[in-house]
Design a protein around this ligand. Structure first.
Ligand SMILES: *Cc1c(COP(=O)(O)O)cnc(C)c1O
Length: 423
C-alpha cells in the first residue's frame, strides 16, 4: 500500500512490517548534474531532494529546510592519489547521523506547523543516534524528545551530547543494556494508554526522512571529483545499512557511481549473504566499532528492493568485506603512522575494505575510492588511549564540558518509565 511522504515520516514503519520506499525513484537531470561542480552542498542537496519530494513540499520550503539542516561542511581528505576520506563528522554531534537528524526534525516541524500538532519522540540509543537526534531536534518547535541510553555504556562525549541540552530534550539513563532501552521504547509504542495520551513518534534510523539527506553527500562528492576521475567507488562503514542504502538510492536516481562497498565489523551478515546467498540474522556481537554492532540490518531490504531481489545484479553493484577488532586496531595504527591521520574504528573498516578491494578486483583507469568517515574519533576515546594516540577535540566538544548535565536515572522498569511519561 502506498502513502504520502508525511504519513511515512510520522508512522516511520508501515503496518505490513516492511519499510517505506519511494514508489518511484525519479532521475536527476544529467544537465543538472553537469553543473554541480559550480554548486554548494546545500544547492546540490536541494536538487537531489526536490526530484524526489516535489509533490510533497514546495521548492521554497524545501530549500529553507535544507539550508538550515545541511549547514556544515563535508570535506574530502586525500589519503592517497586515488583514496579519499569523506569527513561526515563536522556537524553538531560529530557523526554522519547529523545529516539525518537535522533534516528529519525540520521536515517534521514543517508538517506539524501546518497541522498545529505537537508530538513526543521516543528514542533508544547505544550512543551515536541519540546525540544526532538530541542535537537535531533541540529547540525545534512542537516536538519533545525523550532519549533512553544504557547507563555507563556510552562514551563520555556521547553522554554529554545527550544530557546537556535541556529545553525540549530529556535524557534518561537506564540501569540496563541498549537492548533494555530499546525494549522499553517498543513497549511504549504498543501501550494503548500512552498512545491515547501522547502523540508518540519514532526517530528510528529506518525513517525515510533520515535516509533522504544521506544522499546529499554522495552527490556532493561526485560533484567534487567528477572532473578528475571517471569511476567512483564509495566505501561505507555499515551497521544497519541506512547510509549505504541512501547512496544506492542516489545511484538509482542517476548519480554516476561504479560500485558501493559495505565495510562491516565482525557482524558479517551481509558479506556472508553476498557470498553464500543465505541471509542469516543473528544476535549482534560487540566490537570496537560499536555503532555498527547490528545482527539483522534493517535497511538491507531496501537495497534488495532496488535490485528486485536479484542477487547477481546486486553483486555487480555491491561488494562487502568484514573485519575483526584486531584488524581495526592495526588499520588505525597504520593510517596514523603512515598517513598522519586518525580514523575512528568505524572508518577504519572502510580503509581496510579499500585495501582488500584493490587486491580482489581489477581497477579501471581513473578510479577513486571514497571512504565515508562516519564519526569523529574523539567520540571513541578508549581505543586511542590504549594505543597512545592523542586526539584533538573540536570546538563542539569543548563547549559541552561547561554545560550543566541534566539526566534522570531510572531502573529498567516499564511501569516507572510509563509513569514518568504520563506525569
Ligand atoms: C550509525 C553509524 C554507522 C552505521 O551506519 P548505518 O547507516 O547503520 O549502516 C557507522 N558508523 C558510525 C560512527 C555510526 O554512528
Amino acid at each position: 500500500m502506498s502513502v504520502d511522504f508525511e504519513t511515512a515520516v510520522f508512522n516511520s514503519l508501515p503496518a505490513d512490517k516492511g519499510l517505506y520506499m519511494p514508489t518511484v525513484l525519479p532521475q536527476i537531470d544529467e544537465e543538472v548534474m553537469a553543473n554541480w561542480d559550480k554548486k554548494s552542498l546545500p544547492e546540490i542537496a536541494f536538487e537531489t531532494a526536490y526530484a524526489l519530494l516535489k509533490d510533497d513540499i514546495s521548492a521554497e520550503d524545501l530549500k529553507a529546510i535544507i539550508d538550515d539542516a545541511a549547514n556544515f561542511d563535508a570535506p574530502l581528505h586525500q589519503l592517497e592519489k586515488d583514496v579519499f576520506v569523506l569527513e561526515l563528522f563536522h556537524g553538531p554531534s560529530l557523526a554522519f547521523k547529523d545529516f539525518g537528524g537535522r533534516f528529519m526534525s525540520r521536515i517534521m516541524a514543517h508538517f506539524l506547523k501546518k497541522e498545529q500538532k505537537e508530538i513526543q519522540i521516543l528514542v533508544a540509543t547505544s550512543g551515536d543516534t541519540g546525540g544526532a537526534v538530541a542535537l537535531g531536534f533541540l529547540n525545534v518547535p512542537g516536538i519533545k524528545v525523550t532519549i533512553l541510553y544504557p547507563k555507563g555504556k556510552v562514551s563520555p562525549i556521547q553522554e554529554l551530547q545527550l544530557t546537556t541540552n535541556g529545553n525540549n530534550i530529556q535524557a534518561i539513563a537506564i540501569d540496563g543494556t541498549f537492548d533494555d532501552c530499546q525494549a522499553l521504547v517498543k513497549k511504549a509504542f504498543h501501550d494503548e494508554e500512552l498512545n491515547e495520551k501522547l502523540n508518540l513518534t519514532s526517530a528510528n534510523s529506518i525513517n525515510i526522512s533520515r535516509l533522504i539527506p544521506q544522499m546529499f553527500y554522495y552527490a556532493n562528492t561526485y560533484a567534487k571529483l567528477k572532473d578528475q576521475f571517471d569511476n567512483l567507488i564509495f566505501v561505507t562503514p555499515s551497521g544497519n545499512f541506512g547510509n549505504i542504502a541512501a547512496g544506492m538510492m542516489a545511484w538509482k536516481m542517476g548519480l554516476p557511481v561504479s560500485r558501493f562497498i559495505a565495510a562491516t565489523n565482525s557482524n558479517d551478515i551481509v558479506p556472508e549473504f553476498l557470498e553464500t546467498g543465505i541471509y542469516k540474522a543473528r544476535p549482534s556481537v560487540q566490537t570496537l566499532a560499536n555503532a555498527m554492532d547490528v545482527g539483522d540490518p534493517s535497511n538491507f531490504v531496501r537495497i534488495l528492493d532496488m535490485f528486485d531481489n536479484n542477487l547477481e545484479q546486486l553483486k555487480e553493484m555491491l561488494t562487502s568485506y568484514s573485519y575483526n577488532d584486531e584488524e581495526i586496531k592495526s588499520a588505525i595504527d597504520y593510517v596514523y603512522k603512515e598517513k598522519s591521520y586518525v580514523v575512528c574504528p568505524h572508518t577504519a573498516t572502510g580503509f581496510l575494505a579499500v585495501t582488500s578491494d584493490k587486491i580482489a578486483q581489477k581497477q579501471q583507469e581513473k578510479t577513486a575510492y571514497v571512504v565515508l568517515a562516519t564519526a569523529h574519533p574523539c567520540k571513541f576515546p578508549d581505543v586511542f588511549k590504549e594505543m597512545g594516540i592523542m586526539i584533538e577535540e573540536p570546538e563542539q566538544v569543548k563547549d559541552l564540558y561547561v554545560k550543566e548535565k541534566i539526566c534522570l536515572e531510572m531502573r529498567n522498569s516499564f511501569d516507572e518509565f510509563k509513569g514518568h511519561l504520563v506525569s
